[in-house]
Design a protein around this ligand. Sequence first.
Ligand code: ADP
Ligand code: MG
Length: 738
Amino acid sequence: MLTDTLNSDIQYLPGVGPKRAALLRSELGVTTVGDLLRVYPFRYIDRSSVQRIADVQPDSAFIQVQARVVSATLMAQGGRIVYMRSTSGAVRGDGTIPGYNGATPSLKEIKYNTVKRLSVLVDDGSGQMEMVFFKGIRYTFERLEPGMTFLFFGKPAMFGTRMNIVHPEIDNPVPVGQTAQGIMTGVYNSTEKLKNAGITTRVMNRLMDNALATSLGEVRETLPQYVLQEKGLVSLQYALKNIHFPTDAEALRKAQYRLKFEELFLLQLALLKQKYIRSRGEKGIPMPKVGPAFNRCYESLPYELTGAQKRVIREIRSDMMSGSQMNRLLQGDVGSGKTMVAVLSALIAVGNGCQACIMAPTEVLAQQHFANISRYLAPTGVEVRLLTGNTRAAARREIHAGLEDGSIGIIVGTHALIEDTVRFRKLGLAIIDEQHRFGVEQRARLWNKNTDGVPPHVLVMTATPIPRTLAMTLYGDLDISVIDEMPPGRKPIQTLQITEHKRPALNKFMRDQIALGRQVFVVYPLIFESEKLDYQNLQQGYERIVADFPFPPYKVAIVHGQQPVEEKTFNMDAFAAGRANILVSTTVIEVGVDVPNASVMVIESAERFGLSQLHQLRGRVGRGSDKSYCVLVHGMKVSKESQKRLDLLCQTEDGFVLAEEDMKMRGPGDLEGTQQSGLPVSLGIASLARDGRILSDARDYADFILAGDPALEKPQNEPLARELRKDKYEKHDYSQIS
Ligand code: ADP
Ligand code: MG
């Protein structure tokens, strides 16, 4: 008989049932038995040994003891005893608990809503230990009858003079002569709901055992035989068996490697296949020449382009010439000179009879871009305009008309550019600065701006250095250019950290710098959850600075997100033009703002910022010829992790090094600048932070296979084609990522 247990509903797996099935579905996304097998342990415990209580050291790792229940006590708030039962049979309540009328309740009368804690004393002959429960109290209390023996598993800690385990896992003792399954047992990620439904690690182990027993034989290999051979991978059946119940450490290693490779390889294959399909489609606007405007701008540059800038411009040019659509991510640290690359790329579009738009995430940035770009474009005669939410109606109408008749060559702006009313005669290039501030959908709207339906070339610029491994996954179908060289003459920024006590010294330092004609940024954190408090801090900080730096001679400007736009612009301009000595602000200045005369960046409550945000802020100084400083002011108590961030920042100015470290510390999911874009497919076993080598290898191999079989039509690649038809790869339209 042909069975299909693998694809059958998880509720029919022994030990599951409809209630648990619903939870497994909602909490872990498991619908079938096959899905369950793809839920991997996140760590393993050697459970082969049972320890004597007398030998257990407090604060050791997970331990297992086998012991008899001596007593079990239900306690109310403040440690008052509601009910206690013990091997000597004594039953006691202290009678003072409200609701019992001063009497000791019977077992049935216990009101569990007054119970805060269950304390169970156990004894294994060598010593005693306490097991403590705050949840699932009723169930546990009824199960742990005094006199009975159980296995307790968990992490011991010292509480007063007694050792305890909070919320140990409980199991019936293993009968003599029979050992628990496997030497190592997997531990699975759990959620509150799963735990409350009794789906503990032990239960997961049992479910996995059942799933393997009933359906492992049906598991079909996902990778072609030749891939397994060339890459030295174990079979999927072997891997699944050993990922859940490793026979030994070596088997576990092989299983993990196989599953990680498979995961990253299929993902890269999906991403790269999109790229192959797109690059074969002839839908890009061909731009064969550079044109006179480009040349005129290039010749009048006030400086020589860096080698990296030149290389990147060559990469962009060759994309735009190619006849297929460009989709390129340009990464470059703050101050690496991305604007000039954007301008020259825009001029290539103009030189080929097209228009270009440059989109910035904020009003302030759009204005600054516009000012800089106008300057660069002056010798070219190309018409450039600014369009933002604040553009007045009359000017807006005129700009709309100019974009439609083609008289405007380059438009700089904010989100206002993607409104439906904005149409182009022929948009040849869309440049998006600081891409992570835009949602995927907003970006996709740029694609439909041309009346003839041919999409513009797209250049996405970001100053958030993304580690290579993450970029390959996030933007797997984009080409990536990196400006990895700073313009010459940059002086290193000296970064130091001080506690708030050193404020007088900091003030003196600021006065000295201002006396030298320099300007100072002071930044306060603004974290969404505590916005109100943060504004209070900002306001207080501002008042303190005004008191410490009185007018005259000092002028202090303040900029934050709650000001009306005019006020913000006015204050920002005052600082940019050198009329204010100090700019107090929230992180609105984080991106792009360029004030070369500012040489000091003071970051208040620096421990509250993320690593790459600190790096971005620091990048606001060091843009001029003066020596620059970044001062991280932090509180007396700083968590270990925050301290590490501050130390790292003082050690290096290399954004890519910091990004790598950030990813290691926080995991790629939380990496700043990537929350919005998110990973296209969530990873089940591989880690972008740790498995970079496997990822590179998987990507190269995917590329190699696609080069010989771009549509995966060859018979030997049939398993791969079948995998990529699965929902998780198909439901994402990677071509719309940029
Ligand atoms: P970002 O990559 O952060 O956008 P910008 O384009 O704003 O950097 O450039 C930072 C500063 O460096 C600007 O003042 C710009 O004029 C200057 N700059 C850019 N390229 C060069 C270069 N090749 N040589 C000297 N200065 C440069
Ligand atoms: Mg910039």
